[in-house]
Design a protein around this ligand. Structure first.
Ligand SMILES: [Fe+2]
Length: 336
């Protein structure tokens, strides 16, 4: 069902690190992430803003870049453990015939730009400028008190094939979503919790969401209240709710450009080698919704494009139970 994992990968990716997004109005987006999500601004220029969560010691986990063009995702970033892992990664991607080039990126050590086989734009670095962790500076807390960037979810036209690629890089599945023998969602990790990278079958590559942890359940409701107060009530797209996979309380918000951010309670621990991934049946409604109504169609199908990256359709488009199909069924049942 799942591809074999290389437990001694060619280089050591340690964790989800940062995401770089284009935005149409830098001030508006900065305000959204500070006042609602609760991130801290580490540094800003007239065209760029570097933010981090309250418990993060590294310079940025979110970079906003002003653009006049399309509000795409420039790159998603992972950390590697040693500098030499970057050299090994460079060689690995070159050997696979995949793009790999060195880049100068502010506030980061040596940085490698690579793409996976479907064109997802990745950025790897081993070092970043450090800052004070802010988790006890309660007088400065705003928004939902977001603590740290935890994971990305991307769309891929062939979930199994991309899961196989990342399995070769040492990513392991905590849980997965399947219909019969068909893998539809792979929830993969490097850092020893449930997730660093979720891969879901759909038109891709696209960035579905990135997720920050919150310390208390009530922070999720604060985010919703503040979204309402600041004019983003329709941006509270899904939840509050509780996930099947991972079991966390969550809410998904759309930022001013439509980039999707998830706020959620932290995950359980994984790591141990004998633990088998948990299988979830994609056809079961309770997989995605432990209580409440299913997510709206836009949650399942809308996502952020990567900069200048063409997308590929899956062989068979997903057909999830959405809020819209659920309501149609209810209406039809009543009419009978
Ligand atoms: Fe997530």
């Amino acid at each position: 069902m799942l591809p074999a994992v290389n437990l001694r990968p060619p280089f050591n990716i340690t964790r989800t690190s940062h995401v770089v997004l284009h935005v149409a109005d830098l001030k508006k987006s900065r305000d959204f992430y500070v006042k609602i999500v609760g991130l801290v601004v580490t540094e800003e220029t007239p065209t760029e803003c570097y933010l981090r969560g309250l418990s993060e010691a590294c310079h940025h986990s979110l970079v906003l870049i002003q653009t006049r063009g399309e509000a795409t995702c420039k790159r998603i970033g992972f950390r590697v453990f040693f500098e030499e892992d970057l050299d090994l990664a460079y060689q690995y991607f070159k050997d696979q015939g995949l793009p790999a080039e060195w880049a100068d990126v502010p506030h980061q050590g040596r940085t490698l730009h690579v793409s996976d086989p479907i064109g997802t734009k990745l950025e790897l670095c081993a070092q970043m400028k450090t800052c004070e962790r802010m988790y006890l500076k309660r007088e400065l807390f705003t928004g939902a008190h977001a603590q740290r960037l935890d994971h990305f979810q991307i769309f891929a036209p062939d979930c199994y094939a991309l899961c196989d690629f990342y399995s070769q890089l040492g990513f392991r599945n905590s849980e997965y979503l399947a219909h019969g023998d068909k893998l539809l969602g792979a929830f993969m990790y490097r850092k020893g919790t449930c997730l660093d990278l979720a891969i879901v079958e759909n038109v891709g590559p696209k960035l579905h969401h990135f997720a920050y942890t919150i310390p208390e359940s009530h922070n999720i409701f604060t985010a919703c209240d503040l979204a309402g107060n600041y004019g983003y009530s329709a941006s509270v797209e899904r939840g509050p709710g509780r996930h099947g996979p991972g079991g966390m309380l969550f809410v998904y918000l759309r930022d001013p450009d439509g980039h999707r951010v998830e706020l959620f309670g932290s995950h359980y621990q994984t790591i141990d080698i004998e633990i088998e991934p948990v299988r979830w049946d994609a056809a079961s409604l309770s997989t995605n919704v432990r209580w409440g109504l299913p997510a709206a169609e836009r949650w399942y199908f809308e996502a952020t494009s990567f900069e200048a990256t063409p997308t590929i359709k899956p062989e068979k488009m997903p057909n999830p139970e959405t809020l819209e199909t659920f309501i149609q069924k209810q209406i039809a049942a009543k009419a009978r």
